[in-house]
Design a protein around this ligand. Structure first.
Ligand SMILES: [Ca+2]
Length: 185
């Protein structure tokens, strides 16, 4: 009887315990899964919008479907096109003075001649640089790592750009996937 009593007493508490709150991703198509049908990879030059909700910047990029293992889903982006030194950007609503955290997966095109890659992330006028060493990585295991960076919004909307900082290996650049922006507490 005592055990039953304890269970009844605890049950409402367990049900009422708050679930961890998943903060919404302010980006659309952050994993690059939506977009035109492609076979293996597809080069997109600056201004291109073939990756739904994203705009290609600078030179060109490749959207890649299963040629190497994506960090999430089937598709990821090579920030170097075929060839080109590019980036991708997306604009979303923000609240001035609020902090936001950008999180993404980073790797390197395993076919490149220079496995050490560098890339940048910018939000408005703030930016940060990231590096990845793809030495020994393969198409089946690109070695994706999670990176994050926090910025403070200055306007009612913010444009996030992820872009290469490299000037060599013009068809084999840094790889990105699974990008999110969440508002900090
Ligand atoms: Ca993906």
């Amino acid at each position: 009887m005592r055990a039953t009593f304890v269970c009844l007493l605890l049950a409402p508490c367990l049900i009422a315990a708050p679930a961890p709150r998943m903060k919404p991703n302010l980006l659309k198509n952050g994993s690059f899964e939506e977009g035109r049908k492609i076979n293996s990879y597809f080069n997109i030059n600056a201004g291109g919008t073939d990756v739904t909700h994203w705009v290609v910047t600078r030179g060109g990029i490749d959207i890649v479907d299963r040629y190497w293992k994506a960090a999430h889903g089937n598709r990821s982006i090579d920030l170097h096109g075929s060839p080109g030194f590019g980036g991708v950007q997306q604009t979303f609503k923000t609240t001035p003075e609020k902090k936001y955290t950008v999180t993404f997966s980073l790797a390197a095109n395993p076919d490149g001649s220079f496995p050490k890659k560098t890339m940048g992330v910018s939000a408005g006028k703030q930016s940060a640089e990231f590096a990845f060493d793809g030495t020994g990585k393969t198409l089946q295991n690109p070695g994706w790592v999670r990176k994050s960076w926090t910025f403070t919004a200055t306007d009612k909307e913010t444009t996030l750009e992820l872009y290469t900082l490299m000037k060599n290996d013009d068809a084999c650049g840094p790889l990105i996937d699974d990008v999110s922006v969440t508002e900090d507490d």
